[in-house]
Design a protein around this ligand. Structure first.
Ligand code: ADP
Ligand code: ZN
Length: 430
């Protein structure tokens, strides 16, 4: 076994908790003394930094929500003056105004370390040629992967996202062995290559590190098969550092870098902590950051945590696949539905393509949902009846597994926009 940071990646549970407790106390003292927002929030709860002696004390701390970041936009939650910053990123703003991500030089270097840990665990080595097709710029994806790959010492090709034909040309000409992008962009690249008659499976490309949006195991297998690679996963969010918060290992378990970012799962309604294995909202506390460390940040991502003996030897806590953001959750006839569930069901059906969107409308007082999805070319060749039958089959499958009645329309091949970054799945027409 080979680790980037063996000490922390394989640390025993007690030692990790002690380390986390120490860093938590430091962080709380740091923000209490420097960020008026946190001083006020802690004072209101009657908690002083001295009350935080171990990670168990974390439940005494107030939560931070996305709106707190918006209300204090751009740097109101910053613990250092701008002159001490080395970098500022901002979220892609999927759900509204951008969220700023400021870094001190130390924060930035730690982030690079977390990304090197990620890529090393996924098999990236100095002799690799890595094509970085994450958006370069304010989005944390591009520069996060750039720094990690540089630290590992491989040859980096910073293509940025888009210009898919050129991506494929460079992949062939440069002999790229690794690809970094969102899973839906990987799929877009795979599809374009097939249209161009380029067999990616015959190229040197052997691994991918994909993230920034939810994707299912079925989607991973689809990408692996079409590209002839191992498709790994990166997880992160601007508020915590960007990518590098969690990474899948060779066993495809997603480990969290819990020495940097402390995870909790709470019931989103009551905010009470939930035990390991139970699904709820993921909460993060930054343990080692200086520019803008957030306490108990509500990510809105829905998942669960597990302690397992992973075959990779890492002791870092494992996170299950993100079901989606609570913002993306649809309530259809009283049933909670996430787009990722529809994705999984769609991909159970051999004749469907992994391209879909969900339209949400109103039917009386209730929300209704309609799925639009593409079929494989051979289905269209069989005529309109076959196309309609396929739609009904998927609708039945959705009804049987999640119990909602959602008509499915099989739409013409290529009519659903292909993604170059984070895919938009849900179209709200209420
Ligand atoms: P934005 O909020 O504008 O999308 P970010 O790029 O900071 O900005 O997005 C972070 C969010 O992206 C996470 O909170 C999560 O919802 C999603 N995300 C990132 N990586 C993954 C992943 N591997 N699986 C599922 N969702 C992910
Ligand atoms: Zn593992």
């Amino acid at each position: 076994m080979s680790y980037w940071d063996e000490k922390f990646e394989t640390m025993g549970a007690d030692q990790m908790r002690a380390f986390q407790g120490e860093k938590l106390a430091e962080t709380v003292a740091w923000v209490y003394g420097r960020v008026p927002f946190y001083k006020k929030a802690l004072d209101e709860k009657g908690v002083s930094p001295g009350d935080i002696r171990s990670v168990d004390d974390i439940t005494k701390l107030p939560f931070t929500v996305k709106n707190d970041l918006r209300d204090n936009y751009p740097f109101g939650l910053c613990a250092v003056p701008m002159t001490e910053l080395a970098r500022v990123h901002a979220s892609s703003g999927t759900t509204g105004k951008p969220i700023t991500g400021p870094y001190t030089p130390e924060d930035r270097d730690q982030w690079a370390g977390c990304m090197a840990r990620t890529l090393w665990a996924q098999g990236l080595r100095p002799d690799d040629i890595a094509q970085n097709a994450y958006g370069m710029g304010l989005f944390t994806g591009g520069l996060g992967f750039y720094m990690g790959a540089e630290k590992v010492g491989c040859c980096l090709v910073p293509t940025g996202s888009g210009m898919t034909e050129r991506q494929i040309m460079l992949m062939q000409d440069f002999g790229s062995t690794a690809l970094f992008c969102t899973p839906t962009y990987a799929l877009t690249i795979a599809e374009k290559a097939e249209q161009l008659g380029v067999d990616l499976r015959k190229l040197p490309l052997r691994m991918g590190s994909f993230g920034a949006e939810p994707w299912t195991v079925q989607m991973r297998e689809e990408i692996e098969q079409r590209m002839g690679i191992r498709a790994h996963e990166a997880y992160g969010l601007t508020e915590m550092m960007g990518p590098g918060v969690g990474f899948s290992c060779e066993a495809y378990n997603l480990h969290l870098n819990e020495d940097h970012t402390y995870p909790e799962i709470v019931d989103p309604a009551t905010l009470e902590p939930l035990p390991l294995g139970e699904k709820g909202e993921l909460i993060f506390t930054a343990l080692q950051r200086r520019a803008m460390p957030l306490l108990r940040y509500r990510t809105r991502d829905i998942t669960s945590l597990r302690r397992i003996e992973c075959e990779c030897g890492r002791t870092l806590v494992v996170m299950d696949k993100i079901l989606g953001r609570s913002d993306d959750m649809l309530i259809i006839s009283g049933v909670n539905v996430f787009p990722s569930q529809i994705e999984a069901l769609l991909m159970d059906i051999e004749e469907m393509e992994p391209h879909y969107r969900i339209r949400v409308t109103k039917r009386g007082h209730l929300d209704a949902m309609k799925v639009e999805a593409e079929a494989k070319p051979e289905v269209y060749a069989q005529g309109a009846q076959a196309v309609a039958d396929l739609g009904r089959r998927l609708a039945k499958h959705i009804q049987a597994v999640i119990g909602v009645n959602a008509p499915v329309e099989v739409v013409p091949s290529g009519s659903i926009a292909r993604s170059e970054g984070k895919a938009k799945r849900v179209f709200d027409e209420r």
